[in-house]
Design a binder for this molecule. Sequence first.
Ligand code: GDP
Ligand code: ZN
Length: 304
Amino acid sequence: MIARVLQGSGGTYRVRAEGRELDCSLRGRIKKGNTGSVAVGDRVQIEQLEDGSCRITEVLPRESVLARRAMARRRDQVMAANLDQLAIVVAVTRPEPDLHMLDRLLAVAELNDLDPFIVCNKTDLSDSLPPDLDLYRTIGYDILPTSVNEPSSINVLRERLAGRTTVLAGASGVGKSSLLNALMPGLDLRVGDVGERKGRGRHTTTSARLIPLDDETYIADTPGIQHFVPTGVSVEALGHAFPDLRPFEGVCRFADCRHRAEPGCAVLEALANDQIDQRRYEAYLDILAEAEAAELATRTRGDG
Ligand code: GDP
Ligand code: ZN
């Protein structure tokens, strides 16, 4: 039987198969192909033993992975596998949209091949969407207005999620848990329960989990995703993560231009001509600095 891994800790994995949730152990010698181990989101082959217990016998090839850089380790840590899209939730108000986090999350999505879209929640609190979001529509990102008090908007969101695995991210208080509860009555998440779960130690981040809406539709909760440093991406490719920078990138004089102060930089020129938004450019610089630091750390560790 093929199952999807929802959660895993201490050698036990909660999986979903054919509408049921089961706890599985790992078979001693498991076929992992080229994956390091079992990750949340993996599609796995499971077998049921005579005593009723289940175990994972094989991890099917991954279509994608979301990894985070673990400073103390040699390898990047796989947070989750087989994710399709990233829903970034902001609120019309209370709280005001955190544009910095939005820019980061959009870049994380682009760099990890997640299809991003913006959910603008709490539309019942205002007559219009925040003007700051116009820019994102211009760049080409979809904006889905929602309110947990407006069932038709929840149905539109449900359609957008159907058949896919969607990471739900966004600042605290924007309504992620409330949206999940609206999508799935009976789930009974505590308000504030998505994306905020605290790790035990100072530097631990709680691991990812999938919340099933049905056998084909999953919501991924990956705490701290907004802090992910781009991994495995060449620093020169970072500009690609900003669709609004992309048209100018190829025109720079130097192919490896980082668009900071290089002569003949078309991005800087577009910025001067107001063809690129200043805040978006600053978000790019922020992420560039982090990617450079990560690149340096990798080289120092000697595995890059
Ligand atoms: P989370 O931290 O992103 O999971 O946000 P919560 O789901 O905990 O919601 C934070 C607060 O916003 C709670 O008081 C919710 O009742 C409220 N809230 C969530 N969605 C909506 C909405 O669509 N409209 C209104 N007016 N309030 C909402
Ligand atoms: Zn440039």
